[in-house]
Write a protein that binds this ligand. Structure first.
Ligand SMILES: N[C@@H](CCC(=O)N[C@@H](CS)C(=O)NCC(=O)O)C(=O)O
Length: 251
């Protein structure tokens, strides 16, 4: 991470929130595949008006590509303003980092898409299941006090089949798609981390040894640490240095 003063670099802009699992997966892909962007750390209660202007749904992450970089992203969630192409779904930012990012490290980007164990359909199904169903169960487990109609133990039990499925996959290989940490690991790990952090002891007491090991390995990796420094809140009006996130890697 660099702090650069008064530089007109015309970099892509990433609106991000450090602890958001969706933003984490986007940063993992941008970092691993070799992209540089200006990182703007958002406080969710004080979303910058520029972010809301370019992406009405008001979620992070949002990646803005200056229009000279405008490329076909094959995504229904991509829109554009006069200045930027806007990608505001985390999985599409990951895919952009791997496939369209003009500065991508080709070997890193293509290595992330190999799978020795799961088919593309199985990978997509895991991610859809994570995003559409597990995340809801995770939120209820995490904020069980806001859902008093059931106990926290009940919400944990609801989430368990997804965790057990991951544990089963990981009993055959160290990572979800084989022997290396790749795209599908990066897409899912931030959510399992969030689940574990609700109560670490409870998580580590579950009979899920392969999942626990995978999470520990992933969180201890250099890649994961590289996307988790604490970033100061971005404020449009302040004259702070811009934060340059990521690497411009050569192949
Ligand atoms: N489907 C979106 C979901 C992103 C999302 O929900 N992010 C959360 C933070 S983790 C958010 O911005 N929520 C808006 C809010 O809390 O105001 C994606 O994959 O990018």
């Amino acid at each position: 991470m660099l702090y650069a003063a008064l530089v007109q670099m015309n970099l892509p802009i990433l609106y991000s929130f450090r602890r958001c699992p969706y933003a984490m997966r986007a940063r993992l892909a941008l970092m691993h595949c070799g992209a540089q962007c200006e990182l703007r750390e958002v406080v969710l209660k004080e979303k910058p008006s520029h972010m809301l202007d370019v992406s009405r749904k008001g979620t992070v992450p949002v990646l803005l590509l200056p229009n000279e970089n405008m490329l076909s992203t094959n995504s229904s969630t991509t829109s554009s303003t006069a200045e930027y192409t806007v990608i505001d779904e985390s999985i599409d930012i990951m895919r952009w980092a791997m496939n369209q990012n003009p500065n991508r490290n080709l070997s890193n980007a293509s290595r992330w898409q190999i799978s020795e164990t799961l088919s593309i359909d199985e990978i997509n199904a895991l991610i859809i299941n994570n995003d559409l169903s597990f995340k809801k169960q995770l939120d209820k487990y995490k904020y069980s006090d806001r859902h008093p109609e059931n106990t926290q133990a009940y919400y944990l039990a609801q989430a368990l089949p997804f965790l057990e499925n991951l544990n089963r996959i990981l009993s055959n290989s160290q990572f979800l798609s084989g022997e290396y940490f790749r795209f599908v690991d990066a897409a899912i790990l931030p959510f399992i981390r969030q689940f574990a952090m609700v109560n670490l002891k409870t998580f580590h007491d579950l009979p899920l040894p392969h999942l626990q090991q995978w999470l520990t390995t992933g969180m201890n990796s250099e890649l994961f640490s590289s996307v988790m420094p604490k970033f100061p809140q971005w404020k449009a009006e302040s004259q702070q240095d811009i934060i340059v996130f990521g690497n411009q890697q050569s192949n």
